[in-house]
Design a protein around this ligand. Structure first.
Ligand code: ADP
Ligand code: MG
Ligand code: MG
Length: 893
């Protein structure tokens, strides 16, 4: 026979699957000998059975009866007995804490008779009747699904009638009348009486907890938190103890350390003569735990001892709920407590110092996302603020600046030393210079994966996107919101961690952790208070430990010497992806244009020749910044039309000119070229290696520029380590053609310059066919770099630029996926191709080096996966480098 019911005395903290978090920890505390009111837990398995069959398993009722009798025997009282009633609480408790679920029902077992018994035994009428009205109220709302405002209104009316300002002022007579009115509400709303039979109350409450697993808000919460829908919840039946039995009683919550700052030492709130949720509900002012010591010294001393015991036992920050009934302390709940990023690092450091955990375990107590939060500057929390609107928290940090409406203005004003905030309806690749020049970016459209958001995160620039209430008029240069208008030059402040937009110029507080990461420990702790010093030291120790245990190397994606330098400071061990397309934008765009428009070879070669020294100089600077470390350069990837004007705009321009009889030869030719380059599916079109094999001389130019740059660095006594990476390869034949040509060029340059050049040549694996034929491709590749952005795009058949805005939110609501596959790697699908590609690669070439570039390289969950499939490195944007270092370390423990 399946056992569905477990006494608190039979279970432990490792049985969360079966007993839920609350039940498992109640059992653990009981085992530790802490004063837990006796009770029992009904398993998640019983809940699953109920949900599957629509009724409780037949044996459940029998098992509950047996446990209840044992409980009654232990307590020497019977449930709802009219002389001396045993009362219980019925508490939900899933494996993961879920605030979206049913609330607890207290005081089960009270009825018209037992309330009198409770009053006699407790020697307090008021307390008994208050408990009864709470039962009907909670039971009515959560078990019988009556709108809770009905009860709240009745309570307010009653208080008014009796001239009571607060709940505790309501007299016994008032409470008795209220109970009658509550019972009347139950009758009216449900067509039945409030159940008087205690066991019926208990059974109804248990079933209600089972059902609460599938309420709309519980489902919503699970989707958001990525909790599976098939776990079910446990139900805890726990003997009631009363914190509302007068002045020697009370109830509170406590933490073994401060969960918001990480400050060592117990911390909490206490309320005298109160029950259950009163503390959290904030109805009355609570006192601190220290003050509790003055009022109730004995239970306080015991509580302190228990907190210490729990922390030693769990070896982590614990939070507890407790109640004091007439001087006796009862422990009602404990769990390993949630904490802020700040507290997480400090506490992990403290626990290592106290030799409660090892450094490996310290790694498990913090996350990359917590580190991110510590890296960004923040708006001064003490400053005065006027909220304008709220958008999406796209890239954290604080940005304060004067509003500008286009990139040109941003660049111009920033050059004059102004702090500017770029405000756009949405951004596009042309806004890059403006985004770089700005303190932060604010857009009215687009989600967390919009261009603005992705680019801003990559640069570590603060960004709030999708602030839909804003009406942005870039021509009139105004922002209108809620009847107010702001113009160019007005100060605004945005908080990228919350999405909040404020009026005016708020103070920004820099992050000492960032200073530490960029400039070292001394700089990070200089001039800081003790708590901050402790934080920075903890981050340093933990990150250093992560570096010492991780197997994955961490490289960066960088296209400029400046980014390379910064990434190197942040711990990057090379460049995993240098995109060359940015080197063809700006002033150089005309050269590309000239190359595309060229009618004859000579003209085309001239354009390419003009590009060569420019590109070479970019590489020289980057190789210098990355001296001694590998630098993987990706040959040109995007379709050429990205370097040409927009088809529609140009068509209009040409048509207008023609109508005026002022047609321009260049524009007309350009339009023809743009038409020719036009593709309906550019992402699946002429790009990557296809471009290299079609546009003669293009890749050759890039390889030559890189080889010559390396030669220059060598001659200057440097240690350049360039690598050539071919994008979008699907077949070994493509790679072979480029490889042959490249090797030829490298040899020639080496001879010309009289230096030795070794330049590994590898390929991206970003098409399913490349992953499937990786064993073959590896024969011609020195390395693979998994381009998981395109691999996701091509595996799912999603056009990244279109689908996210079109239906991803809907997909997430419907649970098709819980997170965008462009954010966190789809391990079951795309991940399978990565695994296959890696295995094939190693078979085809045992010396092959395997890495990953793209957004996933900086995503914690994805990093753990890449570690698992045995890649050699991940590459991510400079600001994600510390995160990747930490997560790569965490992946090993
Ligand atoms: P939650 O998961 O929302 O914290 P709980 O089951 O812990 O719900 O209960 C809510 C409140 O009721 C808590 O403050 C708890 O201390 C109190 N409570 C629960 N069971 C009992 C009990 N047997 N005796 C006294 N108070 C209780
Ligand atoms: Mg609660
Ligand atoms: Mg609780």
């Amino acid at each position: 026979m399946t056992q569905y019911v477990y006494d608190f005395e039979h279970g432990d903290k490792d049985q969360k699957d079966l007993l839920g978090g609350k039940g498992a920890n109640l059992a653990e505390m009981t085992k530790l000998g802490l004063p837990v009111p006796p009770g029992f837990t009904i398993t998640t398995e019983a809940c699953r059975a109920y949900l599957a069959q629509g009724q409780a398993p037949a044996e459940l009722g029998v098992q509950v009866t047996k446990e209840l009798r044992l409980l009654e025997q232990k307590m020497g009282r019977r449930l709802g007995n009219s002389e001396d009633p045993l009362l219980v609480s019925v508490r939900s408790g899933a494996k993961f804490s879920m605030p979206g679920m049913m609330e607890t029902v207290l005081n089960i077992g009270l009825n018209d008779d037992s309330v009198e018994g409770l009053a006699r035994v407790g020697g307090d009428d008021r307390f008994a009747w208050d408990s009864y009205r709470r039962l009907i109220q909670m039971f009515g709302a959560t078990v019988m699904h009556i709108d809770s405002s009905k009860f709240a209104e009745a309570l307010d009316r009653k208080k008014q009638e009796h001239g009571a300002k607060t709940d505790p002022e309501l007299s016994v007579d008032g409470l008795k009348e209220l109970v009658d009115e509550y019972k009347e509400i139950v009758r009216e709303e449900t067509g039945r009486d409030f159940p008087q039979w205690p066991r019926e109350q208990l059974d109804m409450a248990i079933i209600a907890v089972f059902k609460s697993w599938n309420t709309e808000r519980a489902r919503l919460y699970r989707r958001r938190e990525r909790i599976p829908h098939d776990l079910g919840t446990a139900v805890n039946v726990c003997t009631m103890v009363f914190g509302n039995m007068g002045e020697s009683s009370g109830t509170g919550v406590a933490f073994t350390r401060d969960p918001s700052t990480g400050h060592a030492g117990h911390y909490g709130d206490y309320l005298i003569n109160a029950q259950g949720e009163d503390v959290v509900a904030g109805i009355r002012n609570t006192m601190s735990l220290a003050d509790m010591g003055d009022h109730h010294p004995e239970p306080f001393k015991q509580l302190e001892a228990n907190l210490r015991l729990l922390e030693t036992h769990y070896r982590d920050l614990c939070d507890v709920e407790f109640t004091v009934e007439r001087g006796k302390l009862w422990m009602l709940q404990t769990r390993v407590g949630k904490r802020t990023a700040n507290a997480a690092f400090r506490i992990a450091g403290q626990l290592v110092d106290e030799q409660l955990i090892t450094m490996d375990e310290a790694l498990e107590r913090v996350t990359g996302e917590q580190l991110v939060q510590l890296m960004f500057p923040q708006l001064d929390p003490n400053g005065e603020r006027t909220l304008v609107t709220k958008g999406m928290a796209a890239s954290p940090g604080a940005a304060v600046g004067k509003v500008v409406f286009d990139s040109a203005a941003a660049v111009e004003q920033a050059a004059q030393g102004e702090d500017v905030l770029l405000v756009r309806r949405e951004t596009n690749p042309d806004d890059l210079s403006g985004m770089i020049a700005s303190r932060g970016i604010l857009t009215a459209r687009g989600g967390k994966t919009s261009h603005a958001a992705v680019v801003a995160r990559g640069m570590g620039r603060t960004c709030v996107c999708g602030a839909e209430e804003l009406t942005i008029d870039p021509v009139a240069k105004t922002i209108t919101v809620g009847g107010k208008t702001y113009g160019e030059g007005d100060w605004m402040s945005i908080d990228g961690a919350t999405g909040e937009v404020f009026e005016g110029r708020l103070e920004v507080v820099p992050s000492p952790v960032m200073r530490y990461l960029e400039e070292g420990l001394e700089a990070g702790i200089e001039g800081q208070d003790d708590e901050t010093v402790e934080l920075v030291r903890a981050v340093d120790r933990i990150l250093t430990h992560a570096d010492s245990v991780r197997r994955l190397q961490v490289r960066t994606n960088a296209d400029t010497a400046e980014d390379s330098q910064r990434a190197r400071q942040l711990g990057a061990q090379g460049i995993g992806l240098c995109r060359t397309e940015h080197m063809f934008l700006g002033d150089r765009r005309v050269l590309i244009e000239r190359m595309i428009l060229a009618k004859e070879e000579g003209e085309k070669q001239a354009a390419l020749d003009a590009l060569l020294p420019l590109q070479r100089q970019d590489f020289v600077e980057m190789l210098e910044a990355m001296d001694g470390l590998p630098m993987t350069v990706r040959l040109l990837d995007p379709p050429l039309h990205e370097f040409l004007p927009d088809l529609t705009e140009l068509s209009v321009k040409v048509a207008v000119a023609e109508a005026k009889g002022e047609s321009d030869q260049h524009d007309t030719e350009l339009l023809e070229a743009v038409r020719k380059q036009h593709e309906s599916n550019p992402m699946l079109g002429l790009r990557g290696v296809r471009l290299g094999l079609t546009v003669k001389g293009l890749f050759a130019l890039q390889v030559r520029a890189l080889a010559e740059a390396a030669a220059i660095r060598k001659q200057a006594g440097g240690d350049p380590r360039p690598e050539v990476m071919v994008p979008l390869v699907g077949s070994i034949n493509e790679l072979d053609l480029i490889r042959d040509e490249s090797e030829q060029i490298i040899r020639t340059v080496a001879e010309e310059k009289g230096v030795e050049l070794s330049m590994p040549i590898g390929t991206m694996i970003e098409l399913p066919r490349a992953a499937l034929t990786s064993e073959r491709i590896a024969e011609s590749a020195d390395f693979f770099s998994f381009g998981t952005n395109d691999l996701t795009q091509t595996t799912w058949g999603f056009s990244r630029d279109d689908v996210e805005a079109a239906f991803f939110n809907n997909y997430m609501d419907k649970g098709v996926f819980t997170v965008s596959p462009f954010e966190t790697l789809d391990q079951t699908g795309v991940g399978r191709l990565v695994k296959l590609g890696a295995e094939g690669g190693r078979k085809g070439n045992p010396d092959i080096h395997l890495g990953v570039c793209g957004e996933h390289g900086g995503d914690p969950q994805s990093i753990h996966f890449f570690h698992g499939v045995g890649l050699d490195y991940v590459s991510c944007s400079p600001f994600r480098v510390p995160v990747a270092r930490l997560e790569a370390g965490r992946a090993t423990v």
